[in-house]
Design a protein around this ligand. Structure first.
Ligand SMILES: [Zn+2]
Ligand SMILES: [Zn+2]
Ligand SMILES: [Zn+2]
Ligand SMILES: [Zn+2]
Ligand SMILES: [Zn+2]
Ligand SMILES: [Zn+2]
Length: 180
């Protein structure tokens, strides 16, 4: 059949020998009119088509079949997909639930499946100090059934901070050093 003695190329789409025009794409040969979306069979005309498992797909089909969905907006993610907290997110949609700041590359907190930036988490949800009622961002002192900033847990008489390993006495719910 082939006068040149070379094997005819096999079309990757229909598995038939290609007589005439050969289209080479994705490391395979195709009938020129068989380089189609593997799903809807529309010829690929996009210069930037999508591929999966070595088959080409038009963008709408690829989106429908393979693109992950954003946990925040439930739309497909065509660009950069952020994987966090066991879900996929648009880069622009992985934001703090309170202040809407982007959380990519930051320390974020998972509050019952809702992402928060460190600042909002501390401001709204961190333990509050019994002494100054401000949130405690780092280690709290636990004493008198409450939490305190290290510097807020003070002697109610001489105002000196009472250290973790220091013993103290309590008078009317307020701590004071043993010698005061
Ligand atoms: Zn073909
Ligand atoms: Zn298609
Ligand atoms: Zn989204
Ligand atoms: Zn925030
Ligand atoms: Zn405090
Ligand atoms: Zn004191």
């Amino acid at each position: 059949m082939s006068s040149a003695g070379t094997e005819p190329k096999i079309c990757k789409q229909c598995n038939q020998a290609i007589q005439g025009g050969v289209l080479t794409a994705m490391g395979a040969s195709w009938h020129t009119d068989h380089f189609c979306c593997n799903e809807c069979k529309t010829p690929i005309t996009e210069t930037k088509f999508r591929t999966n498992d070595n088959f080409p797909y038009c963008t709408p089909c690829y989106t429908k079949l393979f693109a992950p969905k954003c946990f925040a907006c439930d739309e497909h993610i065509m660009d950069k997909c952020v994987q966090a907290m066991g879900a996929n997110w648009h880069e622009d949609h992985f934001v703090c639930n309170d202040c809407k700041s982007k959380l990519i590359g930051t320390q974020f907190m998972d509050l019952g499946g809702v992402p928060h930036c460190q600042k909002c988490y501390v401001a709204k949800h961190a333990d509050r100090c019994k002494g100054c009622s401000k949130p405690i961002a780092d280690k709290a002192i636990v004493a008198l059934d409450a939490k305190w900033h290290q510097m807020c847990f003070r002697c109610s008489r001489c105002s000196k901070p009472i250290m973790k390993d220091q013993s103290f006495q309590v008078d009317a719910g307020k701590p004071h050093c043993v010698k005061c």
